[in-house]
Design a binder for this molecule. Sequence first.
Ligand code: SF4
Ligand code: SF4
Length: 457
Amino acid sequence: MSDAERPPTEFEPAEPNTGEEFEPVDVFPDSTDFDLRPGADSCYKCSTCDTNCPVAEVDDDFPGPKFQGPEQWRLKQNEEDYEVDDSVMDCSNCMRCDNACPSGVPLSQMHNTARGEYVENQMSKLSVEYIRNRILANYRTSAWFASKVPRLANAVMNFGPARWVMEKTMGVTSEREFPAFATETFREWWDRQGAAGGSRERARENRERRGDPVDADKKVAYFHGCYSNYNTPEVGKAMVRVYEHFGYEVVVPEQRCSGTPMFANGMLTDARRHAEVNVSSMADLVEQGYDAIASCTSCSMALRQEYPELFDIDGVEEVAAHTFESVEYLRIHEDLRGAIDETEIDGDLAEEFAYHAPCHARNQGLNRQAVELFGDLDGVDVEDVGDSCSGISGTYGWKAEKYDKSMEIGEEMFEHMEDTDGETGMTECPTCAMQMEHGTGYEIRHPLELLEAAVVE
Ligand code: SF4
Ligand code: SF4
């Protein structure tokens, strides 16, 4: 029985609001709004953002975040007919400039709104670039179709001549292997486990085992994102098992793409459509006392920062305030170090891990958490491979014209990974994981998988 067919219980969320009643918002309703953005005038031209931009470092034609943000802002203020510079499409939306700016200028918000305006008003909707970007940005749609015939899709997507045709006609690089689609999605597996009702029973049993109050108010709503659902369900399963181990009831609400690849490609209308469903689902649950948990750091970033920056959806601020990355939440609420101290890893995961903190994890202050958490775990060693960008930035590294730059950005990370003794990588971001695997040949794991091996019997 699917989630949709199952009668609601007291432990299941109310029917999510689909967001139909929300009116779309104009990103730039008129040019005079350009000078109203908070923080736009705070730039004092120190260029710190430019020196921290990985794209500017490898692409001499990219003018950098200072130009993309505050400088274009001023140009727009002064020239009524000013058109957004097309270089805004070369920004990978890594958001490192946000983190770097000492003056709190909302750079990525400015880039996202400018990119949205460029795509909406200046980009031909019949151009190959637009069509390619739209397909890449709407990965969830392609993944949904592929998940119906995963074995066939895996064979076709990695068939050499098909990849060559995709590069020549669509500009999708043939240098990368397409990620494999799982033969059972996370949501199909979740249904087999009894969904919310099954989780409630398991969580209660674990509370009894732990000696916690059986009626403890421990409940979370899992935002699995597209990749954990269609490609790496083992990450979603680890999330569920770890949370239930600590006595949490998990629900998996109706959800769409977080919108991360859409922001990066200026597809703000698509992003808003998905955000409306995600926010309304999560807002209902937040009201019932749930917190929203994401296992992908770009998804948690979207719910926490990009949605409230870009969309005026009812409930968006409440959802942002109650969204956490999966390991972060447990570090706040549970004695994870204590749980880990009592255990030892052996078998496949007894390894030295080369850990890469995704740029979007850095923006949330999570860059050291895996290294600190697993530092005392017997049988493993987790080594931080430095603060460089992986270079793939979601869809950026999949574009044929960006592939070489993407690999050049990632070079430092590849070298540091190869300096570690093991041959396994670790990261929270699925596309960083693709780049790590592509650049080194290492197998890549999510911190939740190691946590599951450490604490779940
Ligand atoms: S880092 Fe901030 S203050 Fe410095 S140039 Fe960039 S936007 Fe302006
Ligand atoms: S988001 Fe990343 S690529 Fe884009 S301007 Fe900022 S630092 Fe550069």
